[in-house]
Design a binder for this molecule. Structure first.
Ligand SMILES: [Fe+2]
Ligand SMILES: [Fe+2]
Length: 294
């Protein structure tokens, strides 16, 4: 690799340009039209259970995914759900919306990310664990709607899908820089590549027309003090991410020198003791959960 300036930093020409990154973001499969219709129906207070079920049933893949997810570790239901109508009745509209988004996210995230040293399934497992933890935290700190915390948690690292191949080429530089300077991995990413995965995740979800508060929570999940639209949503996602990294769920190299933000902790009313209790509470749930949808 050609280097210039500080050792280990790729030449500017080896870095991806904004145009290249932008084109790659555009190439990611956008949520299908049927999913957009289901999301709109979930948000419409005039839509009935029967009408929502009809919309879901029009897409066989979505129907199958929703049933699999409803019966997965996400909800830990005591009995098996066999129909979409039953799923809507038991889980409610906003949870069905999360499941519909999860089905698309699973297709995107169920792949190896070599640039982050993550084998197939790991980024999905990490994202699912962060989503569950974020929802649990949102309930605890009374942040509504809790499903928004779930969705932001699920998508917080989606930018890694775009950045992974670039990172692979600069892997040694980024890891070396993070380790030598004890610098958070995300900062080393930005220094070496010119972009970080949080920024790219925001770009992806913006293209999908997600609400600005959700895009913001993804953009600042490593720098939560910068969030202004709905800071506590971002703080919840950050803390959920930190907890899952501490528990070693889908760690990869992004866990290197991970810094928990003191401002986010105090804004949510967490001190060291409460954080330890949260870790004890989350550990048995996320460690044992099987999020695989295969
Ligand atoms: Fe991240
Ligand atoms: Fe993460």
């Amino acid at each position: 690799m050609t280097t210039t300036g500080a050792p280990g930093v790729p030449a500017a020409s080896a870095r991806p340009t904004l145009a290249e990154i932008s084109a790659e973001v555009d190439e990611l499969p956008a949520p299908p039209v049927s999913l957009a219709a289901v999301i709109a129906a979930c948000d419409d207070p005039d839509v009935t259970v029967g009408q929502l079920a009809q919309r879901i049933l029009q897409d066989q893949n979505l129907t199958a995914s929703i049933l699999k997810l409803a019966n997965s570790a996400f909800y830990g239901l005591s009995r098996r759900i066999t129909t979409v109508t039953e799923a809507i009745g038991l889980l409610g509209f906003s949870t069905i919306k999360s499941l519909a988004i999860s089905s698309h996210t699973y297709r995107l995230l169920n792949r190896p990310l070599d640039g982050y040293a993550m084998a197939q399934g790991e980024i999905w497992r990490h994202s699912a664990a962060v989503a569950m933890t974020a929802r649990m935290l949102a309930v605890e700190v009374r942040l509504a709607p809790v499903e928004e915390a779930f969705i932001a948690g699920l998508l917080h690292d989606v930018g890694k899908v775009v950045l992974s191949s670039h990172l692979e080429r600069a892997f040694t530089s980024v890891v070396g820089r993070s380790q030598e300077r004890h610098m958070p991995f995300v900062d080393a990413e930005r220094e070496v590549l010119g972009f970080d995965h949080a920024e790219l995740g925001a770009m992806v979800t913006q293209r999908w027309n997600f609400p600005p508060e959700l895009v913001e929570a993804i953009r600042f999940h490593h720098t939560p003090a910068e969030a202004v639209l709905r800071p506590r949503l971002c703080h919840v996602v950050h803390l959920a991410d930190a907890v899952c990294v501490m528990l070693g769920v889908g760690l990869g190299v992004d866990g290197l020198a991970y810094e928990v933000d003191g401002h986010a902790l105090s804004s949510l009313g967490f001190d060291r003791g409460r954080l330890e209790r949260l870790l004890d509470q989350v550990e048995p749930i996320v460690s044992a959960a099987d999020f695989s949808l295969a």
